[in-house]
Design a protein around this ligand. Structure first.
Ligand SMILES: N[C@@H](CCC(=O)N[C@@H](CS)C(=O)NCC(=O)O)C(=O)O
Length: 205
């Protein structure tokens, strides 16, 4: 299977980490977003939305990170994506929440506080930071409460849900995410950070 990826991206990381965790070999194809490679005609043929990551398995092409994670986890028996319908639905719940809500509050903080200074794109927009911070707290309270008596998000075992939700914390420190009041999120994330697959997909430099 060919994996079109951009290693610094959290969307790439959650998929790549799942493949490594499951021992699924991927042929890696770098798509350098900083060079605009996501907009080349060849790449647009693979993903008309011009985004990474993309998986190619023979003639089958799949984009959207959550769909790719589920497809990969369907290749071998494992506990990341068990077959029990209610557990799957629970995992899907957290993956949906991550895309629709968690990512939407983490991404602006990551961009304003980390990416902009890094790429010299100007000062952080304080209104964006303030609004994202308020919305971050609303989501983090719910996540923190859920994790208060659990080691992992679903079924008390590591699942795709953990990889999805953890991906947005990749830049929590340089993005200055206000995690001080959320000890259960921090403890859970440090558990994810122990995983070899998470360590191997950590952004370099
Ligand atoms: N919902 C998509 C989001 C993918 C996405 O936004 N990828 C970013 C990298 S994090 C990208 O390729 N951006 C390129 C661009 O927007 O030009 C997924 O989960 O795969």
């Amino acid at each position: 299977m060919k994996f079109y990826y951009f290693p610094p991206s959290p969307n790439t990381r959650k998929v790549h980490a799942v493949a490594i965790h499951l021992g699924l070999p991927l042929e890696l194809r770098l798509v350098d977003l900083q060079q605009g490679e996501q907009r080349t005609p060849e790449f647009i043929q693979l993903n008309p939305t011009g985004r990474t990551p993309v998986l190619r398995d023979g003639e089958f092409v799949l984009w959207e990170s959550t769909a790719i994670m589920q497809y990969l986890a369907s290749q071998v028996a494992n506990t990341l994506w068990p077959e029990a319908p209610q557990i799957r639905a629970d995992i899907m719940r957290w993956q949906s929440w991550q895309l629709a809500h968690w990512h939407q509050v983490c991404q602006p903080l990551q961009y304003e506080n980390f990416v902009k200074p890094l790429l010299q794109l100007g000062e952080p927009d304080l209104q964006v930071v303030q609004s994202a911070t308020e919305r971050f707290h609303a989501e983090a309270i719910a996540l923190n409460q859920h994790l208060a008596e659990r080691k992992f998000l679903v079924n008390d075992t590591l699942t795709l849900a953990d990889f999805s939700v953890a991906s947005d914390l990749t830049y929590a420190v340089p993005g200055r995410f206000p995690l001080e009041d959320y000890p259960h999120i921090r403890t859970w994330y440090s558990r994810i950070e122990q995983l070899p697959a998470w360590q191997q997909t950590a952004p370099r430099g």
